[in-house]
Each structure stands twice: as structure tokens, then as C-alpha cells.
Write a protein that binds this ligand. Structure first.
Ligand SMILES: Nc1ncnc2c1ncn2[C@@H]1O[C@H](COP(=O)(O)OP(=O)(O)OP(=O)(O)O)[C@@H](O)[C@H]1O
Ligand SMILES: [Mg+2]
Length: 401
């Protein structure tokens, strides 16, 4: 019984039962939605953060909230071969099928745009601007004839929506993975409409290097609004766990909640995993500390295996030495000079190729020039658990000693 009603969500990208601790980000997004609805351009919003911090969950929530007040949200996940035309076709088809019917003329316009999209997306990735979209013989025909790139189709769709009192929201997840060409078209379409009374709202999400990826496409994106998602506070963690349970008539003891916080450190992905496992073990209407104590080692092992081990089992002795040096500096970003210093090296240049190997293995990333940070949240804590093995490996290194 309890198993079936488990309110916690452990799947990546799943919307948690309680989107806790993100009131500031949601407030900013709601303000941007209101502005767009009132035909005033809002600054595009981008949620950044390390893996599992809740970027996708937040992006989906914002898209849903926009749709609830008349927005048509197109949400896609970028990858190097993203065909945003395909994403648009799917999302627009969904919008047409939703329960609340769109005005007939708007539905017809959208259906016509969808009809033209397969051809567009089929040819788009490398043939920017060379695709013709044929019209069908009424008022929009000229526009459809003129529309010859993703950018144009977005602008046309946006115009149609505003004409019917609706607005367009483009959500793009995993921005750091975007193909440059598609990203440029989307950014340009958004930017163009910011100078009109028919603005498009852009909401993005991605790893902390996303701002640099956007800047590489257009420098004006530096002035967009970036929100970095961090670990949840103890209170927000408690709320994320306690509130959904209360709604099902179950309570968590104070100690049980504190124990989940101690295990998860407010990392959204972890807190859902610990809360879910403890929920599956509890009996009656209370989740107790001993439920959490009982499941904690198994969940921790499972998370270590699925999140970190893959990357860390294969580190070379020299890589292990650099990882340990970064570990001694603690969580967050550190200057390469500091890391070199921790290894008693003269300069950061002596880190040599090890740094680039760690970047390639996704163990670290460069949040800005001259900085390095662990790619995964709570890596410092993971290394605490693995310290003996890593030290042993580092001792085999020929240099850095
Ligand atoms: N504010 C929150 N409160 C509680 N749980 C959350 C919150 N945000 C996200 N979660 C949960 O955390 C997990 C990770 O969320 P999500 O997949 O959105 O992270 P992400 O930042 O997009 O990760 P990735 O970088 O891997 O794409 C999911 O199980 C989700 O339900
Ligand atoms: Mg995500």
C-alpha cells in the first residue's frame, strides 16, 4: 500500500512532489511570464547548476505555469544534433491536443506550421536558410513562403500566437550541449522579438558552463538573467520531504528528517532517493529515524555506484593526486594556482595534461578561465569515503610528489 503511494520522485528530470527552496527562481519566472503575457519583453532566464540540482524540474514547472496562463511552451533538450524543428512539431502537436481548446483559427495556423516542419527539420542542421516553406493559398501564404529557417518559423508562430492573445515560451534544457547553429537561431529569434510588442519568453537550463556557451553564440546573452541552483537548505530539505507525506496523512519524525538532511546535504537528487527508500520501509503513519538508518548505507552505496564510481574507478595515479589536491581545498571552484600549490608545484602549468584529462573525463570542469571545480555535487564527500583507495593510487604517481 505504502509502496504504491510513494510520493517521492527519483527519476532524473521528474517533477518532485514539492519543488522546495526555489521560490526566488519561480518568482522571477512568474514575473517574466506576466510581462510576456502583457506583451512587454522580459529578460531571458537561464537556470544553471551542477548535475541533479533540479534544473529540469524547475524548467518543466515554469513551462507548465506559463501554459496555465495562456502560453504555448516548446521545451526541448539540446544535443549536438538537436533538431529543434522536431521538438517544435511534437510540442505543438501536444498543445493542439490539450483539453482546453485553442481558437479554431489559431489551431489551423499551428497545424499548418506543423505540416511544414518535417521538411524543415529534415534539412535544417547544415542548410541554414535554404529551406522553402510552401504556403497553401490563403492569408498566411505569403508569410509561409517567406519563412525559410527555424528562426523565421519561430517568429511566425509567435506572431500568430500573439494575434490570438497567446504567447510563446521556448524552453531549452542542457544548453551546454546545443548545436551552435540551432542555438544561434533561437537566441536571435528571441532577441528580435524583444524589440517588438510580441516578445518570446526564453527559459533555459544547463550546466554552469551554459553562460559561456551562450556568450559564444551572441555576447548580448551576458546580460540575460542567470540563476545558479545550489544545494537546498536544511529547512527546504525538510519541506521537500515532509509536505508530500503530510498530504498523504503520514508524518516524518524530526530525527528522521534530520538524518535525511545529513545524508543528502540538501542535494535534490539524493534527498529524493533517501526519502523514497525510507518511505518504502516505513509502517503505519510515521517515518522514523530507524527507517532512514536502515536504508542509508544501501542507498549511499547505490548512489556512489551510479553517480561517481564510473568516473573515479579509472583515474590514473597522477589524476588521483590532482583530485586529492582539489579535495583538500574543499567544495566549490578553485584557482589552478591553488591546486598546483597544494601539490607543491611551482606553477599551474606543471599540472600539464592531467588537467585536460580530468576535464575530458568530466571529473572537473572550468567554470571560468583559470578555475577548476568538481563536476558532480558532493564529490568532496564522496572522496572522503574513498580517500584510502585514492591515496594509494596517487602514491603510484611518478611526479607530483
Ligand atoms: N526543488 C526541489 N525539491 C525537491 N526535489 C527536487 C527539487 N528539484 C529537483 N528535485 C528532484 O531532484 C532530482 C533531480 O532533478 P533534475 O533532474 O531536475 O536535476 P537537473 O539539475 O536537471 O539534473 P541534470 O543536470 O542531471 O540534468 C529529481 O528526482 C527531482 O525530482
Ligand atoms: Mg536535467
Amino acid at each position: 500500500m505504502a509502496q504504491r503511494r510513494n510520493p517521492y520522485r527519483t527519476a532524473p528530470g521528474s517533477e518532485p512532489p514539492e519543488l522546495s527552496g526555489r521560490a526566488g527562481e519561480l518568482g522571477a519566472a512568474h514575473y517574466a511570464i506576466d510581462m510576456t503575457r502583457e506583451r512587454a519583453p522580459a529578460n531571458p532566464i537561464v537556470f544553471t547548476g551542477l548535475r541533479g540540482m533540479g534544473k529540469t524540474a524547475l524548467l518543466r514547472r515554469v513551462a507548465r505555469d506559463a501554459a496555465a496562463v495562456g502560453g504555448i511552451s516548446i521545451v526541448g533538450e539540446a544535443d549536438a544534433s538537436l533538431r529543434f524543428g522536431d521538438v517544435m512539431r511534437r510540442e505543438l502537436s501536444d498543445a493542439l491536443k490539450r483539453t482546453e481548446p485553442l481558437p479554431a483559427r489559431l489551431s489551423t495556423s499551428i497545424a499548418r506550421i506543423i505540416e511544414k516542419l518535417p521538411k524543415l527539420s529534415y534539412e535544417m542542421p547544415h542548410q541554414a536558410g535554404s529551406i522553402g516553406i510552401a504556403g497553401r493559398g490563403d492569408g498566411e501564404e505569403d508569410d509561409l513562403h517567406a519563412a525559410n529557417s527555424l528562426e523565421d518559423v519561430l517568429l511566425l508562430l509567435n506572431e500568430q500566437l500573439h494575434r490570438h492573445g497567446r504567447f510563446l515560451v521556448i524552453g531549452l534544457d542542457e544548453i551546454q550541449e546545443s548545436s551552435r547553429v540551432d542555438l544561434l537561431r533561437i537566441v536571435r529569434a528571441v532577441h528580435k522579438t524583444a524589440g517588438t510588442d510580441s516578445p518570446i519568453l526564453f527559459v533555459g537550463a544547463g550546466l554552469p558552463d551554459s553562460p559561456a556557451v551562450l556568450k559564444g553564440v551572441r555576447t548580448y546573452t551576458e546580460r540575460w538573467a542567470y540563476y545558479r541552483l545550489e544545494l537546498l537548505t536544511p529547512e527546504a530539505t525538510r519541506e521537500a520531504i515532509d509536505k508530500p507525506a503530510r498530504e498523504l496523512g503520514t508524518r516524518w519524525t524530526h530525527d528522521a528528517l534530520r538524518h535525511v538532511y545529513d545524508m543528502s546535504r540538501g542535494y535534490p537528487y539524493f534527498l529524493q532517493a533517501f526519502a523514497s527508500a525510507a518511505w518504502l520501509r516505513h509502517t503505519g503513519d510515521t517515518v522514523r529515524a530507524d527507517d532512514v538508518v536502515a536504508i542509508a548505507p544501501g542507498v549511499q552505496r547505490m548512489l556512489d555506484e551510479s553517480v561517481y564510481d564510473r568516473q573515479f574507478v579509472a583515474v590514473s595515479p597522477r589524476e588521483a593526486a590532482v583530485v586529492l589536491a582539489l579535495h583538500t581545498l574543499g567544495p566549490g571552484a578553485h584557482r589552478l594556482e591553488e591546486i598546483a600549490g597544494a601539490l607543491n608545484l611551482e606553477s599551474s602549468a606543471d599540472l600539464g595534461s592531467v588537467r585536460s584529462q580530468l576535464l575530458k573525463k568530466d571529473i572537473i570542469y572550468a567554470p571560468a578561465r583559470g578555475l577548476a571545480e568538481f563536476r558532480l555535487p558532493l564529490t568532496v564527500e564522496y572522496i572522503d569515503r574513498q580517500i584510502d583507495a585514492l591515496r594509494k593510487r596517487a602514491r603510484l604517481a611518478q611526479s607530483f610528489q
